[in-house]
Design a protein around this ligand. Sequence first.
Ligand code: HEM
Length: 546
Amino acid sequence: MLAKFFFNLFTGCDNGNNNKHVDTVSVSKCPFANSPSYRTNSAKRNSTDYHKRNSSSGAYTPSFTSYIFPNTNISLLNAKFKASSKASPPPSPARPTPYTYPRDSLNSLFKNVNNSWPPKSSPSTVPYPLSLYVQLCDQIPSRMTSDAYTHVEFMAWMIEYLSKNILHVMTDVMNKIEALQPGDGHYEAMLSCLSVCLLSYRWGPLPNGSSVACVSSLQLPSELTIPFTRLTSRIGLPPCPTLYSTILCNWTESTTLNIDNEEVVWPLDTRFTFSMRDDKDIGSTTERGFYLSVIRMESMAKKLYERAATLVELVNGYADIPSKPMSKTTKDNTGMKEQKIIEAMSQLRHSATQVFRVFYSMTAKSTQSSRGCPFASPFAMSASAWSTHAQTPTGWELSGFKGISGSQSLIIPVLDTVLSCVGTSPAYLDAVDSYKHYTTQTMRNFVDSIKNAPVSLREYVMKSKSVALRKEYNQLINSLAVFRMGHRAVGKKYLGGGEGNAEAEKTAGELVDKIRKDGESTVDTFARAMTERILETKKLLVEEIR
Ligand code: HEM
């Protein structure tokens, strides 16, 4: 019955314009192949096709009826909205001048999110009718974890809710969306709420995976995609859920803790989830742990970004280096500059260690590796539940877009860029693609301001004969390499569904293998790719002068 309703909704609403852009082939192995809402691309498109940007602003400018999200049943509404909306076009994100100082880029990044990092989200106070989306999202976990729903029924339920409650107020929805400003909390709340709605629509009830992983293109409800693409395009995000929209904008409360004598603000909770919280389902804890690890790392990384900016400015002589009154010779000043750079590198390394420690504490139950982190084991992620309850629902892989990955965070791109850790491996190219296409414009501006600095830290170190400077640079590289080695171990554990549970390992492993369609063991592919990246990092080590 529900399936019939669902079928009728899609029949006839698929206009020819959209078909021009989406190839349709049937996939015999896919259980959803006959569903009219699913399509698969006959040839996998190069994802960069979708990364064409507006040349003047650098931002994505998808139309309201983006072909990437083909319109379903409200094309008339789009026309109505466009005609009635008096809202002015969104301001273009600031275009970096020939060279912007890292400190200035970082200030703009934080200013754009009201000086809160990760950006603060306020879902409980979003105005009507946007609150209708919050109500929808709050009903998702119980349906996503219920055996009573098939994926098709889940989608039909969502379409029914949207048609009944939101369709008739869509003009009001879009006017409210236009009025939101990045950093006001409601902007962020709607980004995460709509991301979770879209992702759950794409995947359906948990645990899931192989049965829907074959889908590479899907018609999505316009009541979700139109406001979502409007929000994402304004801050330079692609029109698909990302780490920024789904996770970084998805937390509510915070508390101040003292860790290693440093005041740190810890976000406490994710607001929107795919799994239920309070039942016995282990997936909900794992899912939460996965998002919280990213949120907490990012929260700790605020200092890391500031220290990276200071370091680059010191190297380039932009930061103040007070000269000693009695020692005004060039040699003394050079020595003082070097000393400052060594201190700045050491502080950056300290911040990186703090951030990486959070990662280990969330992935290992060992109290030794979680030293200093008060949230060690409660949210540690179960490897057997990870692929089915945490990784899968954040996958996207529709229309050439990737799913969410830690490589869409700023942390590693910032360290890589400060250290000039480039490479040629597929893992490196993939990571660069993530940072270039799945982060906000202001995040990219910050990385670019480090990359475009006239003198790189590496060039400076290579020219220097200072024993201490070279040593500290190597230590910084070693910490990044150690993170990558730890990440490789963690990835192997989670991708393999480990924990000594043979059954769980087999199920999770098979599932991920099917999702990734690697042709070889996913764990082996991952380990090989990460090893290449570790070698690329270690190659940076400079000769230490004795
Ligand atoms: C359970 C936790 C995690 C698992 C299982 C995991 C797994 C993976 C996998 C499979 C890849 C390969 C490509 C891809 O799918 O994106 C990858 C890449 C990457 N991940 Fe993670 N990841 C986890 C958490 C994180 C976190 C928290 C960060 C940092 C914020 C991170 C940073 C990266 C980076 C930077 C890359 C690109 C490769 C590199 O530059 O070393 N990951 N990860």
